[in-house]
Design a protein around this ligand. Sequence first.
Ligand code: SF4
Length: 450
Amino acid sequence: MDNEEVSRLLERYPNGPKVYFQTLGCKVNSYETDAVRILFESRGFRTTTDPRDCDVCVVNTCTVTAEADRKSGQMLRRAKKLAPRAVVAAMGCRTEMRKAIDEADVCVGTVDRAGLVDLVISRLFERSDDPDSVLTNEHRSRMAKFEDFGPVISREGTRAFVKIQDGCDNYCSYCIIPYARGRSRSRSEESILHEIRCLGEEGYIEIVLTGINLGAFGKDSENAHDALTRLLKKAESTENIRRIRLGSIEPQMIDEAFVRTIAESSKICRHLHVSLQSGSDSVLLRMNRKYNIKHFAESIALLRESMPNIHLSTDIIVGFPAETESEHRESLLFCEQAGFSKIHVFPYSVRAGTVAADMQPKIDSATKSKRKGDFLRLSEDLHIRAAEEMLGKIVSVLVEEQNHGMYSGYSKEYFRVIFSSGSVFESGSEAQVQITGLSDETLTGIAHER
Ligand code: SF4
């Protein structure tokens, strides 16, 4: 890792990562701890006296007596307990004698202590991509495999959800999910297709493929590169299933093969929820998102080239730590240009145990709520613009509710539609509806044919 890369990565800790020192043994050890402290501080770390609130814990060990040896091991284990996400570094005599100490993440003995800072920096940032390094053995075995419950009927209205993946390896700086759910793992294609077939037999015509990070589906299997597109094609040939939706996706999964699969499909709905979180590159970097706005814009352009009628929605976090007014404006402008048909807005809230929890300065509630208001107004305008484009069109509506000749449900483009009809439509059936108007955020129309 070169210096430029290190400084860029350290920007994720606006005030520097916090390092806590614990020393056992003699005065020489104390001296050496001070020397190492200076080395850490010269690289942008700050010393903390709170072992519960550190990013790195350095234990300078001793082995002069059995008791000192035992206590050193105890300190290392205690450090892991008090700050489970911290990098635990062992140095000193006990480390030298034992060489590899399994209680620590990184070790140096009684030589090359200067190299400890580099080892810690690598480990600290490796963690962003390596959930294994922060999980206990118990977690690892519990979270290594997809827990398959067999066919499950999980529904919301007339849609049934099919879970295809769990866990996440992305480590966005504000998100606790990778710690709580562990590494990404996928459900087997066979099991997923079996569940979809069961849902078709139960009479469901719309399914939503869900997961924590859908883009990671199949990455833990052979033929990882086209696992999702293969699954989509097979799901499409399931009898009775007429609509397939995807849960929230990350922009990285939009490539030519993915776009082609949707464009060639008559069942995959022309609506995608592509998670953006911020339209400002500097905020995206602090969020540890794995793309920039140029990449995001290219991804959605690729979708629209093949499917000009596709509708896109997104999520935005407002008031992320240190978000400036100009970053907020940049984000608004990007969302306007991207032409989403809906923006879900979330004010940032601190999640203890995440990297962002330590980022400063935090944005005050009044500013967050003003920024949220800015995005909600934009979302409303964009939604109305997108809905107006639907006027006069005939859309397919999956009926959810009926009330005295009035029906409501969602179109494939994910617009809520209320329509009237002289014919009777059961909940769960599809109706062709001519769109004639717009009321609030809902399209209105008349059933075109049965
Ligand atoms: S926000 Fe999503 S992609 Fe990022 S770490 Fe959390 S679950 Fe993973």
